[in-house]
Design a protein around this ligand. Structure first.
Ligand SMILES: Cc1cc2nc3c(=O)[nH]c(=O)nc-3n(C[C@H](O)[C@H](O)[C@H](O)COP(=O)(O)OP(=O)(O)OC[C@H]3O[C@@H](n4cnc5c(N)ncnc54)[C@H](O)[C@@H]3O)c2cc1C
Length: 386
């Protein structure tokens, strides 16, 4: 299914597809059967190749040695990475462009650029047990004490916490009654893991719960200035929601192709399964929904590239996250059904995606939260404000 992409986006799409097919996809089942882990040499090879191809620099400004790709081009890359299960594409870190606006020169040098070079790994700690979806109600605190801030709080589901060496830590600065983001090295005194639950997917990246008790960080570790509040976290959300859309499109495309190949080969009642109308309808619905999803994902990416009003960008990224993640879940459910009992085996791509895609309706704001964002924008600004 071709949709109109720029020549450069097509170029990056081909590079990412070759990488996903050659370096990642062949290792999916091995990862699935080994708690998400691959041999160190394979992970190191995959990371080195990703960095060599430039994937860790796609959202980095040219002034910092990055590629500064458009979001259309970045979506073309992440769509292809989305074809692979077990989060094998997460073998490299990737700074986002807002980090270069938000961070001081020192922070960029010590925390952000090392991500691009593959020397450090970050994790993002926002969610808490109490407020959950209500990020405006966060309870973690930052109290100014001389040249330091003292951080306290409990953060849940910190993705890649086991692999990262620093946090982006969201807390309420008590004397300003406002939110702020802090860069915190993982080995700072007062940080402990208090739980490391198992989740539905099989990833090498875990999602531990961290307790911060009187964690003292120099004031220069605060990102941005008073008044920035949740601005940077909202930038993070927009980027992630758009790329969840791109990855979900890739996942759906792979599922449709795999289910179709199976339906063509599987002979039942003397004829290929693909000749049954019930199967054809599931494939047709999936292809149609994927078409709509790809159009909206790339249209939203281009709107961001054009520098559309940030409120419009925000609403569109929410619509992409909502519609495309739900679409991919429907496609995965149909793919499992087409594969029958085989689709319930962990070695089957549909089974893995069926579990893995579920979280895309939850993290980076649940589907219900995306609906609230869209509805509020619609009510405030009308259809043209979306
Ligand atoms: C595997 C995994 C990895 C994650 N990684 C990270 C991470 O790296 N960093 C991080 O900070 N967080 C992370 N999260 C947390 C994730 O963003 C939250 O789980 C999510 O935002 C929902 O919060 P909650 O789990 O507390 O659910 P709750 O807020 O308790 O919501 C429960 C249900 O109520 C609904 N609901 C809540 N409020 C409303 C409302 N106002 N109107 C209607 N319905 C509502 C929700 O949609 C949901 O269906 C991760 C979560 C998972 C599962």
């Amino acid at each position: 299914m071709r949709i109109d992409l720029s020549d450069n986006a097509k170029k990056w799409q081909a590079i990412a597809r070759e990488y996903a097919d050659e370096f990642l996809q062949p290792h999916e089942i091995e990862a699935e059967l080994n708690d998400g882990e691959l041999p160190e040499a394979i992970t190191a090879r995959n990371k080195a190749r990703a960095i060599e191809l430039g994937f860790s620099a796609i959202d980095v400004p040219k002034a910092y040695g990055g590629l500064e790709l458009t979001l259309e081009e970045q979506a073309a890359i992440w769509e292809q990475m989305g074809r692979v299960t077990n989060a094998l594409s997460w073998c490299f870190s990737e700074p986002q462009s807002w980090m270069f606006e938000a961070c001081s020169d020192d922070q960029i040098e010590r925390y952000v650029l090392p991500l691009m070079r593959g020397e450090r790994k970050d994790c993002y700690a926002i969610t808490e047990a109490g407020p959950g979806s209500d990020v405006a109600g966060l309870e973690a605190t930052a109290i100014r004490n001389g040249d330091d801030y003292v951080l306290n709080g409990e953060k849940w589901y910190v993705t890649s916490g086991n692999l990262a060496d620093y946090f982006w830590f969201q807390a309420r600065v008590t004397d300003e009654d406002a939110e702020a983001l802090f860069l915190v090295d993982k080995d700072t005194a007062g940080i402990e893991i208090i739980a490391n639950p198992k989740f539905s997917h099989t990833y090498a990246a875990h999602h531990p719960t961290y307790l911060f008790t009187d964690v003292r960080v120099p004031a220069v570790q605060r990102v941005g200035a008073p008044g920035d509040d949740m601005t940077f976290t909202r930038s993070w959300f927009r980027h992630e929601r758009l790329m969840i859309g791109a990855r979900s499109c890739g996942a759906a495309a792979r599922l449709i192709e795999e289910a179709m190949a199976f339906a063509n080969e599987r002979i039942l009642d003397g004829a290929p399964l693909s000749e049954k109308q019930a199967i054809q309808f599931m494939l047709a619905d999936s292809a149609t929904e994927l078409y709509a999803s790809r159009l909206m994902t790339y249209d939203a990416a281009r709107a961001c590239d054009r520098g559309e009003d940030v409120k419009i960008q925000h609403g569109r990224c929410s619509m992409v996250k909502l519609y495309v993640s739900e679409m991919a879940n429907r496609v995965a459910d149909r793919a499992v059904q087409i594969f029958g009992g085989r689709g319930y085996m962990r070695e089957n791509v549909a089974e893995r995606f069926f579990r893995e895609l579920r979280v895309d309706r939850i993290w980076e704001g649940t589907s219900e939260i995306q609906r609230l964002i869209i509805a509020r924008s619609l009510i405030k600004r009308g259809l043209d404000g979306l």
